[in-house]
Design a protein around this ligand. Structure first.
Ligand SMILES: NC(=O)c1ccc[n+]([C@@H]2O[C@H](COP(=O)([O-])OP(=O)(O)OC[C@H]3O[C@@H](n4cnc5c(N)ncnc54)[C@H](O)[C@@H]3O)[C@@H](O)[C@H]2O)c1
Ligand SMILES: [Zn+2]
Length: 384
């Protein structure tokens, strides 16, 4: 055997900042961040990509950014602030990706410069992907504006766009250089988008942190009434658990284990089947409900614990199931989701179930009969 061996590791470090009024005159978090990373002898620039839903809801945003960078001018602001449609549309239209990389080229955004994205998870996924593949990776700053993006998708290392009608078919693992969570964005979310992101907090609490689950239970009323300080606490803890998990596990998902995908195998399918009418978090809540009841039926989880989980989801205002989540025949659409998840993992199925509140347990087989029964029980609200 004749070979040369190569081995190296690359360390990634980034901060998730919590603030409010990121572009207000007196707020120096962003300017300090940019200042500390000044590279002598370069002409650093920053190009902004903004979710249209956010700029519509915050009409002074573009002017605020321009004003901010006229005061703090360590990096040069690219002349155009690119406004892109928000939501899944951002990831479905290849022309938006082309426009973005064209702007990166036009403004000379090199490897010392920045692409900053302000928006929901979809716009962040699009911009993160464009940043990751332009010049083999330019610096990317995320400024998430939804609960889901602030506590989950925006603090992680993945990006992507949809292709061949398949979700996230094109994408990379590429950590951002920083994340700025601004609490002020959240005030303009619809009630559905406000609630949707809470499902990810319930998810991570269930597999990782029982105390956090009970905290969410205790604060259900405030969360439903859109209490911003309480929501900020939820976001902070949820983001922290996600960060810990990514660093301590398998950040670039080389293995088959996907603990953070608890409740997601059926959720992804439901989103697609409903053409994204059901939001990601709403689908995840139903996926959690399904896998929770399945965990009881398969003898892992005590029924009273499952009852508590389902009551919390209901208390938060989530529906527990959907006709398309039901397994009525061997070719029920949701079962295709299971098959697709198996394929995505490369053949061996690994699904996270629950052994207790705060304790996940992975399995490699799913019994269709129990899945069917779990769906029926949720439909009739006969929990266990
Ligand atoms: N990369 C990852 O690890 C990861 C993880 C989970 C989900 N995701 C992706 O995230 C996307 C869902 O993201 P999302 O739930 O953040 O929603 P979203 O990006 O789909 O946005 C939802 C809607 O809210 C609007 N919006 C965003 N912020 C607003 C604000 N502050 N005020 C008013 N309107 C606002 C948007 O314009 C859009 O219409 C999906 O595409 C999903 O695949 C990615
Ligand atoms: Zn999710």
């Amino acid at each position: 055997m004749d070979y040369l061996e190569q081995s190296f590791s690359v360390k990634f470090e980034y901060r998730v900042y919590f603030t409010s009024g990121l572009f207000q005159d007196h707020n120096t978090i962003l300017s300090q961040f940019l200042c500390e990373r000044t590279v002598a002898g370069t002409n650093q620039k920053i190009l902004f990509v903004i979710d249209k839903g956010v700029s519509d809801a915050h009409p002074s945003l573009s002017a605020d950014i321009r004003q901010y960078f006229s005061k703090y001018d360590t990096v040069g602001l690219a002349g155009d602030l690119l406004i892109v449609p928000g939501g899944e549309a951002a990831k479905n239209d290849p022309a938006l990706f082309d426009n973005l990389v064209a702007a990166i080229d036009r403004y000379g955004i090199d490897r010392h410069s920045y692409l900053a994205a302000i928006g929901g998870g979809a716009v962040l996924d699009l911009a993160g992907y464009a940043a990751a593949v332009s010049h083999r990776g330019i610096r990317h700053i995320r400024m998430p504006t939804t609960v889901l993006a602030q506590n989950d998708s925006g603090v992680g290392v993945k990006n992507g766009i949809n292709h061949f009608n398949k979700k996230n078919f094109l994408g990379t693992f590429a950590p951002p250089v920083a994340v700025f969570n601004d609490a002020n964005w959240l005030a303009t979310l619809t009630d559905r988008d406000w609630r949707s992101g809470i499902a990810e907090a319930v998810k991570v609490a269930l597999i990782r942190d029982a105390a956090f689950f009970y905290w969410i239970e205790e604060h259900t009323g405030q969360l439903v009434r859109r209490d911003l300080p309480v929501m900020n606490q939820l976001i902070r803890r949820c983001a922290e658990l996600h960060l810990q998990h990514i660093a301590g596990g398998d950040p670039f998902e080389l293995g088959s284990s996907r603990p953070l995908d608890f409740g997601h195998w059926s959720a992804h399918k439901l989103e697609q089947l409903t053409e994204f009418e059901i939001l990601h978090g709403e689908a995840v809540a139903m996926g959690i409900a399904l896998d929770t009841v399945y965990s009881v039926l398969s003898g892992r989880l005590a029924p009273d614990k499952a009852e508590r989980i389902l009551q919390l989801l209901k208390g938060l205002g989530f529906a527990l199931t959907h006709p398309l989540m039901q397994v009525s025949a061997a070719d029920s659409p949701v079962l295709k989701g299971l098959q697709e998840f198996r394929e995505h993992l490369g053949g061996q199925l690994t699904i996270m179930l629950l052994a207790d509140i705060g304790k996940g347990e992975e399995v490699h087989e799913i019994a269709v009969e129990w899945l069917k029964k779990a769906g029926e029980q949720l439909k009739t609200d006969r929990i266990c």
